[in-house]
Design a protein around this ligand. Structure first.
Ligand SMILES: [Zn+2]
Length: 198
């Protein structure tokens, strides 16, 4: 299964990909003079990166790749994102898609990865099914976490992270470049569009 870094990168790319959808998105941009953090979509993009990595928090409760790695958990995230967007007068469908999409990338990456722990894969359809799903593609390497400070596991994890960056880096960069073009010009309209009359 991929590392938190690879998952966070995918979550961030999902947030930027959602920005490519036309509509009320001027609030997602910032002038060229703004900081990188603001231009990248600030807190919401960071939240999507965290959402991308968050399903693996289930390691703390020793129920790995079950409930948190499912369509059921994704629906809960979507509901919470919609409620938060509504409370902050942000476009509900856009924020919901962004957050649920970022969360869903985790399931997708795990499904495409090598898994050496049985049962292999994720309980993707929980609560509708308890079955485990994995593609068998082994696109991403297994990360080690039992003895992460030993030389053997450090090498294993460095190799895994390098592969994740080699695959996901160009995807994120590509989405970023298209996003810069798509949002160009919208920043100037931001004050007017930020809180438009509904
Ligand atoms: Zn996972």
């Amino acid at each position: 299964m991929p590392s938190p870094l690879g998952h966070a990168l995918a979550g961030m790319a999902a947030a930027w990909a959602a920005d490519l959808i036309p509509g009320r998105r001027a609030w997602r941009t910032a002038p060229a003079t703004a900081s990188w953090y603001q231009r990248a979509g600030d807190g919401l993009t960071m939240a999507c990166a965290a959402l991308g990595a968050s399903p693996d928090l289930d390691l703390l409760v020793h129920h790995h790749r079950t409930v948190t790695h499912s369509i059921g958990a994704t629906l809960v995230i979507a509901f919470v994102a919609a409620a938060m967007a509504a409370s902050q007068s942000r476009p509900i469908s856009r924020v919901t898609l962004m957050c649920a999409g970022a969360y869903l990338t985790h399931l997708l990456l795990d499904w495409m990865a090598t898994d050496t722990y049985v049962p292999q894969g994720i309980q993707a359809l929980w609560p509708f099914s308890q079955s485990w799903y994995i593609s068998g593609w082994d696109l991403f390497r297994q990360t080690a976490r039992l003895h992460p400070l030993t030389a053997e596991e450090i090498v294993q994890n460095v190799k895994a992270i390098a592969l994740e960056i080699a695959i996901l880096g160009p995807v994120a960069l590509g989405v970023w470049l298209v996003r810069v073009k798509a949002l160009a010009g919208l920043a100037a309209e931001m004050p007017r569009r930020d809180h438009p009359p509904e």
